[in-house]
Design a protein around this ligand. Structure first.
Ligand code: ZN
Length: 111
């Protein structure tokens, strides 16, 4: 935010208002712009502008498309991980010794 008269920055000149920093720091010899604006007014304008621009239909459509793409990639990764776990589980079952697959009754009989 710049001063329309001298181009210096508009900065907080007290707790609630923005004003020309050149006038404040260097005096009227540099700038005579005494116009100030409240912090609330600046924040409302900035936030309003951001809201209007960020909610533009083109940006929302781009966000939705990117979200869909990321979701599908995450789901594909989860599916691959599940498939690997199922394959590993199948190998593990095949490699288990027969004694570990005995029924509870068989275990009791063998004791
Ligand atoms: Zn100025």
């Amino acid at each position: 935010m710049l001063c329309g008269c001298c181009g210096a920055s508009y900065t907080l000149i007290n707790k609630t208002r923005y004003g020309c920093s050149a006038l404040r720091n260097k005096g009227e010899a540099v700038c005579r712009n005494r116009a100030t604006i409240s912090r609330e007014a600046v924040e409302a304008r900035v936030l309003g502008g951001l809201k209007d621009r960020l909610m533009h239909p083109d940006l929302v459509a781009a966000f939705v498309e990117e979200y869909r793409r990321a979701w599908n990639a995450a789901q594909a990764g989860a599916g691959a991980a599940r498939d690997k776990l199922q394959r590993d589980l199948g190998l593990s079952r095949r490699r288990s010794p027969a004694s570990s697959r005995r029924s509870r009754t068989e275990c009791i009989i063998h004791r």
